[in-house]
Design a protein around this ligand. Sequence first.
Ligand code: HEM
Length: 151
Amino acid sequence: MVQDFLLSAYPWVKALHVASLIAWMAGIFYLPRLFVYHAERATAGSELEDTFKVMERRLLKGIMVPAMIATWAFGLALAFTPGVIDWGLIWPWVKATAVIAMTGVHFWLGSTQKKFAGGLNRRAGRTYRIVNEVPTVLMLVIVFMVIVKPF
Ligand code: HEM
């Protein structure tokens, strides 16, 4: 019954999964950029700093958190659709590992947002430039796995 529904909804669920992950990835890539400029250019207590704090909070709470939940929900629905995933292959495990790491990046960015909001960031802008590379690599791994399915 549920399986019949998942089968008939499959292309719609996949479209919603891709739409959600676009929004999630947009935030994952942009929030560390905001941290770079916040750390390098905004002096404590300035009006510019307040603006960065508002932008960071809204990006995280308004876009990234709902988009992450939607990506997971639609992704799990796809994973439970009969015939979509062969867990005997390697690519689904590599994708799952990279997705869990991406979720870890999300929560790390969330805890960093709290630090910035409380004026407690002690890291240099350069650190956030480097951190930015991690989700880029994870995104490439995920997309190659799910589209090329190389092994
Ligand atoms: C959050 C947990 C996630 C789960 C449980 C999940 C699961 C899935 C499943 C089961 C499929 C269907 C695969 C198929 O039809 O062969 C799929 C499709 C897809 N996923 Fe995810 N996914 C997740 C996150 C992500 C993320 C973060 C990205 C990209 C950064 C991503 C990119 C894609 C793409 C591009 C497709 C479409 C592939 C196609 O057109 O066949 N997924 N996902």
